[in-house]
Design a protein around this ligand. Structure first.
Ligand code: ASP
Length: 328
């Protein structure tokens, strides 16, 4: 069984949308479809989640509030147009807005990005829509794994295939609780683990994981690595996948495949339980007053700490100098 999760950029692009449909039709093993809120169509665009967060921070009915609301509505309308799904965006959004104005529950309003995106996508893909409030549960601020697993198994018994929202769940007081930013990845990993999926496909806008941060140099795609190796990367702020996924999946039976939804001919990066002994990668992390560069080679890891200002002034040169002096 395959759980697939689609990042926000996949629902912001027409080609990727058609690819999602193809992926659903070509492999019946793809069972659970998890969606993030609509992302950026281009670098100047804004993510639906960012717009919803702004809306929560603006005075109700101010000019800026109305401007942000217009952007939210037009993003949702674009998805409904691109998918030819009839969805009354204005009506649905005003119901959510009215609820928010009474409850003042920011998490609720922010989570509507995933909720509406998944509602539209489930109609486009002709899949049952099972919202995250019926599947992912929190207790005392952390995921209630038992309740979540039970709810997921029931959803699977009731629906052969279904679509659900990433990024949030419901707590013991029936309030919405969000994961941290980028948490749709974590929802997908959690669902894959709870359902004992053989594969978790994380569909995104890049071809997979690269061996070097693109700010330093043009790198090579990593075909295979282990969860431990991925955890080292994400602990260094590598924006590959949500940092909590590697640990969660390392204690599962699920293999992870990070792939591009824009080019289905690319097979992406496979992450499993066996370390790739030949793997070499470099990542860096900027802290308050220092910069850290990590080199992983032949299953060994070395970290160099350097002055933040000189490192950030010219990352490429600073990196070359440090690397030439370092032996692993
Ligand atoms: N929509 C949320 C965010 O922008 C979660 C996600 O995309 O995974 O952070």
């Amino acid at each position: 069984m395959i759980v697939c999760k689609f990042g926000g950029s996949c629902t912001a692009n027409k080609t990727a949308l058609e690819n999602i449909k193809q992926l659903k039709n070509e492999n019946l093993e793809r069972t659970v479809f998890v969606f993030s809120a609509i992302g950026k169509e281009n670098t100047f665009d804004e993510k639906l989640t960012d717009l919803l967060i702004s809306l929560c921070n603006e005075p109700a009915n101010s000019a800026s509030y109305n401007q942000t609301k217009t952007k939210i509505i037009s993003k949702l309308k674009k998805l409904s147009k691109d998918t030819s799904v009839s969805f009354d965006v204005e009506k649905e959004f005003s119901i959510a807005e009215a609820h928010y104005q009474i409850s003042k529950d920011k998490n609720f309003l922010i989570s509507r990005g995933e909720y509406f995106t998944t509602q539209i996508m489930s109609q486009f893909l002709n899949l049952a829509f099972v919202p995250a409030e019926e599947l992912v549960f929190f207790k005392s601020g952390i995921v209630d794994k038992q309740k979540t697993q039970y709810a997921l198994e029931s959803a699977l018994n009731n629906n052969r295939r279904f679509a659900t929202c990433g990024f949030y769940g419901k707590d013991e007081n029936d309030s919405i609780q969000l994961f941290s930013r980028g948490g749709g990845d974590f929802s997908g990993a959690l669902i894959a683990k709870c359902l004992n999926a053989s594969l978790y496909e994380n569909w995104t806008d890049v071809n997979g994981v690269y061996d070097i941060n693109p700010l330093i140099a043009k790198g090579n795609l990593i075909k295979h690595l282990s969860y431990d190796q991925l955890e080292i990367m994400t602990s260094m702020d590598a924006k590959v996948i949500h940092p909590d996924c590697a640990k969660l999946l390392s204690s599962s039976n699920t293999v992870l495949n990070i792939r591009s939804c824009f080019d289905l001919s690319q097979t992406g990066t496979v992450v499993d339980f066996k370390a790739n002994p030949k793997l070499k990668f470099v990542c860096f992390k900027i802290n308050c007053d220092s910069a850290q560069i990590l080199i992983h080679d032949k299953n060994q890891t070395k970290t160099i700490t350097t002055d933040k200002n000189s490192f950030t002034k010219n990352i490429k040169t600073a990196y070359q100098t440090l690397i030439s002096k370092t032996k692993i």
